[in-house]
Design a protein around this ligand. Structure first.
Ligand SMILES: Nc1ncnc2c1ncn2[C@@H]1O[C@H](COP(=O)(O)OP(=O)(O)OP(=O)(O)O)[C@@H](O)[C@H]1O
Ligand SMILES: [Mg+2]
Length: 494
């Protein structure tokens, strides 16, 4: 049932707006009067009907705007704001006229962000959204000084507006989507950190990182630059991939989501380089723990508790570091080694316990030059998931290093100008204990490939004279993993 005056209005849309305006004004007055006379249930019915009649015909914008402030009260920096800032920087197209760019000396890339009042249009599952970056400058509002890019006087926020009917979809799907996208982008931009204990012995451990101090991990080593047997390299990369993709699996079977690698081999064979390659591959920070710096178990616990997620904990030279200083003083003889053993087991158990209680991915790497000197506790099945033998340079390793350092990429071509040198190196390198580090050092001496190659030939000849592998094989000392390789090679070859 439509009242006659409304019918008339509908027939003449041009007068619609002025009628609506005066209607709204008189509405307030009417509302107060009606509220006094009409019973409540009838009141709301009346208002609904009137509103419905007008809404049906008037071009009323049903937009909803979310204000995403940078600081959300006590919660600190608003995660949605941070994510939006990053996400929108990837959405900047040709329609944007003003952008801010900045660069910090610790990062490698230029930051591009929206300038004040700039807008960006986005679509999500068919819904159109508009983002606007707003800065309100107030004189006395001192914001937290946590490295945000604006002076503290200005409050920054995004306004996200869209059709009101999509409110739930935006909250439940779009916002999580933006956060996920931002996290992916962050991984790409992430500057890896290397945490060490440099000179912190005995100091109090305050702050979120405890006694760890960090520098940017700018180790250029990647799996591409690492001289290693291709199958071995592939196996490690596959293992890392599988580990990362199995979060749900670890949860289901109730295992701590961690993976342990034991790297062993002589100095200069690339153990530390492999750790850096893993970190660069996974985008994980590295914690480098020198056990010889640790004074007590409680200090160790403190330190381990202060390590972050998505990280690699490296304990280098585990064979040398089991003699914790304190214990070495207080014990002698057989007792001493027993105590050392207990400490190592304690360390391992503690690591197990700690990491079963935190949800995120951790990798632990032990390195050693002497695998045979290691505590059996470390070698027990299930303790370290993968034992990786880093060994002396092979001809394959030589090819990779020559390509990286001397830019010789076609070593396999039959009519290469250095063919005879390659053949000579191939013969020599299999009979010599030369580390990738030594080969790399030789290649660093000159930019001229011919000089680099002849330098290497001389080095190999010299090493062969000084340290003939074949002669040594008879008194093979198991502690040298490289000699093991030669032994196996000779055995296998015959
Ligand atoms: N397998 C390798 N591939 C490429 N470069 C290597 C390799 N091994 C060593 N190097 C070069 O030699 C340098 C020293 O190697 P690295 O520190 O990784 O050896 P390490 O096995 O950790 O030695 P240590 O047992 O003394 O700690 C590296 O910075 C790198 O330039
Ligand atoms: Mg090392």
């Amino acid at each position: 049932m439509m009242p006659p005056n409304v019918k008339e209005i509908m027939a003449s849309p041009s007068s619609l707006f002025s009628v609506y305006a005066s209607f709204t004004a008189s509405m307030m007055l009417a509302r107060t009067m009606v509220n006094d006379i009409v019973p409540r249930p009838v009141q709301s019915y009346l208002w609904r009907t009137i509103r419905h009649l007008f809404k049906a015909k008037l071009p009323v914008q049903e937009r909803l705007t979310f204000v995403v402030e940078e600081y959300a009260g006590d919660l600190g920096r608003n995660e949605i704001f941070v994510a939006a800032e990053l996400y929108l920087s990837s959405k900047i197209g040709t329609n944007t006229d003003r952008l801010k760019i900045s660069k910090s000396s610790t990062k490698n890339h230029v930051l591009v962000r929206l300038a004040k009042d700039e807008t960006i249009l986005d679509t999500f599952e068919g819904v159109e959204l508009k983002w606007k970056f707003v800065t309100v400058t107030t004189q006395h509002a001192g914001g937290p000084s946590d490295g945000s890019e604006e002076p503290p006087e200005s409050k920054r926020c995004f306004e996200l507006s869209f059709d009101k009917k999509h409110k739930d979809k935006i909250i439940e799907s779009y916002v999580p989507f933006v956060i996920q996208k931002a996290s992916d982008l962050k991984d790409k931009e992430k500057v890896l950190k290397m945490f060490t204990l440099g000179g912190n012995r005995g100091r109090p451990m305050n702050g979120p990182n405890g006694a760890w101090s960090s520098i940017n991990l700018e180790h250029p080593s990647t799996f591409d630059t690492l001289a290693m047997e291709p199958e071995q390299k592939k196996a490690i990369m596959n293992d890392l991939d599988r580990f990362l993709s199995r979060r749900e699996f670890y949860k289901r079977v109730g295992r701590a989501w961690k993976r342990g690698y034991l790297l062993y081999g002589p100095p200069g064979t690339g153990k530390s380089s492999l750790v850096a390659a893993m970190a660069n591959y996974l985008k994980f920070n590295v914690y480098d723990l020198q056990l010889s710096n640790i004074m007590s178990d409680s200090q160790l616990r403190q330190l381990l508790l202060c390590t972050g997620n998505s990280s690699i904990l490296v304990i280098e030279d585990i064979d040398c570091s089991i003699d914790l200083p304190e214990r070495a003083e207080s014990s002698d003889g057989p007792l001493k080694s027993l105590r050392c053993l207990l400490t190592l087991s304690g360390l391992l158990n503690f690591i197990d316990g700690l990491w079963s209680s935190c949800g995120d991915e951790r990798i632990i790497v032990f390195t050693t030059n002497h695998v045979d000197k290691l505590d059996p506790a470390l070698l027990r099945p299930g303790r370290m998931d993968m034992h990786i033998h880093m060994s002396y340079c092979t001809f394959h390793g030589f090819k990779l290093l020559a390509s990286n350092y001397l830019e010789i990429t076609d070593i396999d071509s039959k009519d290469h100008q250095h063919r005879h040198v390659f053949t000579e190196i191939e013969g020599l390198i299999e009979e010599t204990k030369v580390t990738p580090a030594e080969v790399a050092e030789e290649f660093m001496k000159s930019e001229d490939p011919s000089l680099g190659l002849s330098g290497l030939v001389n080095l190999l000849k010299r090493k062969k004279m000084e340290d003939p592998v074949d002669g040594k094989l008879e008194v093979v000392d198991d502690e040298d993993a490289g000699q093991l390789r030669k032994k196996q090679k000779v055995d296998g070859g015959n």
